[in-house]
Write a protein that binds this ligand. Structure first.
Ligand code: DGL
Length: 288
């Protein structure tokens, strides 16, 4: 029997509930799993639901108006279905654009995942930093503003990768991906000029940490790779307030997909590794 030792006592922030909190972690695909892993570690008391809008994947190719409309309509359905207390947008491509519209439409808190440009600027010694992201994220005003605000003293290389998120998905599904393809996507991050070399690369798409071992191995020289997931998890924990002493049941978290395609045996096994064993399809076809 599980006993909630904090039941009946003050718990959480003013906005947060006394019962076990439900966190919805949302991405276009499987990249948000890198954030979910940190969330699970940071808040083992929370019920975490993972939702992948795989019918819309990859978000990096959608134009801005289409992406705002898509995320709002999918979120409407997911909130109706899961009643989360807080939503993590575990997608830079969406967060750098859609957060104001989400906050205007829904009253629950949203935590976004955005390029870690401030930490990169604080960490670099060579002042050469690279932002590895989707073409959508590198094109955003939001990203440009972060650079102007926090990295004015640095030379920032924006690398918009068209293939890396798909390669990360393939790798997680157990498909073979070749080193040459990954290297071609990360190579533009490595810049040498005036005797200095890039020393920090921000992984500004949540899919990319899925390939971190391979990227480290293929890098032309060692760099600091920044994964913002731990910082996102800390922010969520702060918003939720003190943890309950009751833990969520391990390994029975739900995962929702908006397309029925591609839920293969190897993917099911990979999802189970993240504690996601209840796979549901909430079909939301992409119409535009
Ligand atoms: N995981 C998403 C991100 O963080 C991007 C993948 C996509 O293009 O849908 O940006």
């Amino acid at each position: 029997m599980q006993v909630d030792l904090l039941a009946g006592t003050a718990y959480g922030t003013a906005a947060m509930p006394l019962r076990q909190p439900t966190i919805l972690v949302f991405d276009s695909g499987l990249g948000g799993l890198t954030v979910l892993a940190e969330m699970t570690r940071a808040r083992p008391d929370a019920r975490i639901v993972y939702a992948a809008d795989d019918a819309g994947f990859p978000y990096g190719r959608l134009d801005e108006a289409a992406l705002v409309g898509r995320v709002l309509s999918v979120m409407e359905r997911l909130i109706e279905r899961c009643h989360p207390d807080l939503v993590v947008i575990a997608c830079n491509t969406a967060s750098t654009l859609v957060l104001p519209a989400l906050r205007a439409r829904f009253s629950i808190p949203f935590v976004g995942t955005v390029p870690a440009i401030k930490p990169a600027a604080e960490l670099t010694r060579s002042r050469l930093i690279s932002v590895l992201a989707t073409p959508g994220t590198v094109a955003r005003d939001y990203t440009r503003d972060l650079i102007a605000t926090y990295a004015g003293a640095c030379h920032v290389t924006l690398v918009g990768s068209t293939r890396l998120a798909g390669l990360a998905e393939a790798a997680l599904k157990g498909e073979a991906i070749d080193d040459a393809s990954v290297l071609a996507e990360i190579a533009p991050c490595f810049v040498a000029r005036d005797g200095a070399r890039t020393d920090v690369v921000t992984l500004s798409c949540t899919h990319y940490p899925l390939l971190i071992e391979r990227m480290r191995r293929l890098a032309p020289w060692p760099v600091n790779w920044i994964d913002p997931a731990p910082a996102v998890a800390r922010r969520v924990a702060q918003l939720l307030g003190p943890a309950m002493l009751r833990l969520a049941e391990p390994g029975d978290a739900p995962a929702i997909f908006t397309s029925g395609a591609g839920i293969s045996g190897p993917l099911r096994i990979a999802l189970a590794g993240y504690g996601l064993t209840q796979i549901t399809i909430e079909a939301i076809p992409l119409t535009n």
